[in-house]
Design a protein around this ligand. Structure first.
Ligand code: PXP
Length: 239
């Protein structure tokens, strides 16, 4: 089983800050502390309306990230300009439309093939690893490999939704997807709705998983356990 890295998505810290204005809780401090408590990466997802992470936050975070910096988002020109300026280790491309509450689907790689190839090429030329957010359809995964992306991130919302009813059935498409990814030479990340209940089983069944990015559940758990204990609990699921 590979070492799966935990990247903490700190969007919710920014959501809380923005509810009041000012800088409490402080997003940069949160990132520093997540790393101190053992997180192996920090993820942010600046959206066009900047309702949680702002573009300026991304710039402010860059100097303090000493683990892996992963920036997710829809590749608008503004987003591409930002990531080329900030140069994170990884950019995860998501197909979000402007008004979604949270990412709610993977790319249709077949339809957006040319667009994705161009963006991926531009990011890789700047030395940035790319990942594209995708569902478990194996044809999409085959086509994802042809875009030249380094990795895919499997959209785990359906897994999380189905896990409580039937874990084996919930994981089955992800096992197939992971096999296909390995066959076509793609590295594997996963994220969305992973939590302390469903993470361990996912990790045990998807051995090649390199990274999970977790935000909503982890930051919510931190309300009860505190951030340090929460990160340790998530890391334990990935042992
Ligand atoms: N991966 C992607 C592409 C996302 O958009 C999000 C949510 O911002 C996550 C992972 C993390 O999802 P969650 O907040 O449910 O852990």
């Amino acid at each position: 089983m590979s070492q799966t890295r935990l990247s903490v998505n700190i969007n919710k810290i920014a959501t809380l800050r923005n509810a009041r204005g000012g800088s409490i809780p402080n997003v940069v401090e949160a990132a520093v502390n997540c790393q101190k408590f053992g997180a192996q990466g920090i993820t942010v997802h600046p959206r066009p309306d900047e309702r949680h992470i702002r573009y300026q936050d991304v710039r402010d975070l860059r100097p303090v990230i000493n683990t892996e910096f992963n920036i997710e988002g829809y590749p608008s020109q503004r987003f591409i300009d930002l990531v080329l300026e900030v140069k994170p280790h990884q950019v995860t491309l998501v197909p979000d439309s402007h008004d979604v509450i949270t990412s709610n689907q993977g790319w249709n790689v077949i339809k957006y093939d040319t667009f994705l190839k161009e963006v991926i090429n531009e990011l890789q030329k700047a030395g940035i690893r790319t990942s594209i957010f995708i569902e478990t359809d194996v044809t999409q995964i085959e086509r994802a490999a042809k875009t030249g992306t380094n990795r895919i991130e499997l959209y785990t919302e359906p897994y999380a939704r189905n896990y409580p009813h039937n874990p084996e059935k919930a994981i089955a498409p992800y096992i197939k997807a992971a096999k296909k990814a390995s066959e076509v030479g793609l590295e594997l990340n996963a994220g969305h709705d992973l939590n302390l209940t469903n993470l361990k089983y996912f990790h045990e069944n998807i051995p090649a998983l390199l990274e999970v990015s977790i935000g909503h559940a982890l930051i919510s758990d931190a309300l009860y356990y505190g951030l340090e204990k929460t990160i340790l609990l998530y890391l334990e699921q990935l042992k």
